[in-house]
Design a binder for this molecule. Sequence first.
Ligand SMILES: [Zn+2]
Ligand SMILES: [Zn+2]
Length: 247
Amino acid sequence: MYSVWNDFLNLIFPARPFCPLCGEHSPDKNVCGRCRSTLDSYLLEHRCRKCGRFPGKGAVLAGSPFEHLCFECRKHKWPFALARAVGPYEGILKDSIHRYKYARRRVLALTLAPLMAEAYRAEPLYTEIGLILPVPLSGEKLRDRGFNQAALLAKELSVLLQIPADVRTLVKKFETPPQAGLPRAARESNLKDAFDMIKAEKVNGKNILLIDDVFTTGSTLSAVASVIRLAGAKHVFGLTAATGRYF
Ligand SMILES: [Zn+2]
Ligand SMILES: [Zn+2]
């Protein structure tokens, strides 16, 4: 009934095809030319070879621009092998992730996941991934939001990359208080206790692709990667829709 009514409405007011990222007119309903060139420009930007974050204006790049490490990665050892993202958390990516996550526009997973698959394919250092896992949400958060934004992306990526995904193995046992202002070590140990694995044997000896929507300070990805490695995974690689900038 709903679809008949929808068809009827579409007949009278034909839906204007629009770009899923910016909302501007796009004849084929795909990412429009302007958004495409913004995304392509991210591929040409330098990024930290370890955490994948982009330098902000005024950041000092040590070493070759294509092989450099950010200040944090020079002094800090991460439990993940590397992390990559489609682009920086700003403009169209930030807006789209907000609509996806907070306005619950789940359909945006169908746009964001293929862009993440492109970022995955552009990075030759991802090796022999055996399993895709999403960063889990606590039961409380899941009830509030109604879906886990990372799990939806992981399921789409599993289809696109032809790699199995498991959206139930990792769990977040309780909601962690806001971590802003805490030193890195405190943030990470608070978070580490919150995550757990139900069937640890699933990751044993495998390389894992860990999925989240945004890489901000890296604390979440880092805490989850530690739990996965403790369970016996070989390497953990991160992939997010967007990432931060560093200065
Ligand atoms: Zn657009
Ligand atoms: Zn870095």
